[in-house]
Design a protein around this ligand. Sequence first.
Ligand SMILES: C[S@@+](CC[C@H](N)C(=O)[O-])C[C@H]1O[C@@H](n2cnc3c(N)ncnc32)[C@H](O)[C@@H]1O
Length: 463
Amino acid sequence: MSKWKKYILWFAHEHIEFRFAEMDSLLAMFNFEMRYVEQDNTAPYWIVECDSESNLKKLVSRSVLVRSCIELWAHSKDTQSLHNQLKNYPKHLMDPFFRPDLSFKIEVETFCRHFTQKEKIDKVESFSYLPVKGPVRLKDPDVCLQYIEYYGVRANDPPKLPYDVFFGRWVASGLRQLIQKLSLKTRKFIGNTSMDPQLSLLMANQAKVKSGDIVLDPFVGSGSLLVAAAQFGGYVVGGDIDYLMLHARTRPSRIRQKERATDESIKANMEQYNLQHRYLDVLINDFSCSFWRDRVEFDSIITDPPYGIREATEKVGTNKENFTVSEKHLPTHIPAKVEYSIANIYKDLLQFSAKHLKLGGRLVCWFPVFREDYSDEGLPSHSCLQLVANSEQVLSKVTSRRLLTFEKIRHPTLEEAQDESEITDFRKKYFVVREETRKERRTREAKLRYENWIKSGKNINNL
Ligand SMILES: C[S@@+](CC[C@H](N)C(=O)[O-])C[C@H]1O[C@@H](n2cnc3c(N)ncnc32)[C@H](O)[C@@H]1O
């Protein structure tokens, strides 16, 4: 008979909106049930129930937002009743962890209130009645017991006594260390719009990337999303219209860097993290005229399309009528570009995904919105793709972006492949609100470059 036990999931107190989306994706990926007992998004923890600790371990070890998971032995509003609960905790449930051959330690964590080492030791000693038998080991013990005092989230004004106290056994930790390892600060090649590792890993989790998957980012930029997908075992491939970006020949993104190193590239990033065996390639490609064969299928598509604010939304084309290039000029012809509206980018992205995702495969993409105008009806949609998650990241008072996760539920018919959905053109709206014309934007950007140049005391050719 399966036994449901209580656990506490302790989250990092950021990207709160994304918790459900990440947990649901991981539950779907590992295919098990977890019951939600208590979750209040103002607090950094959830209390859940699960009947398989090994499944829960898998989930937590893949989570970006969970810091740690503890099997809950006691939970109360005050310390006295916590101790009473713990003294009454069934002996047969504790015994397997209190064997003489198992080392242990008791760790004290206080959320939003600082205590001295001495005060912490006093708190540890208040648990001296526990029938532990093994030796104490502070580094890598076999069993780690945790006592947590939760003082709310207002660090400047914590209450005298904790709101909640918890005691339990550490089960697993999330991927917070990986976020440090993949930090953009130390990454070889980055661009102006490189996605930070936390959100990149979160996207790969929502896409349910697993070992052996083939993952595409059609707006790949500096390849941050490929790094995250490869980290979880995906074979990664990307496309981007920008030749200079894919050849790492754009202006350096780090303030103090004068010029790009000759060996900067997405491949070099993969090598930096020992993921080169997961790297398929990146291709210079205008997404509006995709070259993939009809039968090519991806396990997932994760991408951050351009919003037209920090980079242009352009595609190959011309506004001239009946434009042709003579034979003579063909070899040196550089195609002109026209605007690629946000509406068309997402229409193409969803149609492409409906066609090229395998059944059950996921598209995870950011979608910019003008907050005041936001409505679910304005989101891009396709009848073959089911929206399974939609979380907001606020960018400013006026704008935000939403992380949309779609799952392919069936293959498109011919008509569905031509489906057209009307969505608000975010870029137009954004610039209208800020009353900034294209010319003004160019002037502002030129001014910014000039200011940076003055600051760096560089050569005028760098302007
Ligand atoms: C927001 S950036 C992606 C950043 C990327 N996630 C990273 O971490 O570096 C969007 C990218 O889309 C590319 N892009 C713009 N228009 C495109 C098009 N028509 N086809 C393919 N890529 C395009 C831009 O060159 C830019 O690199």
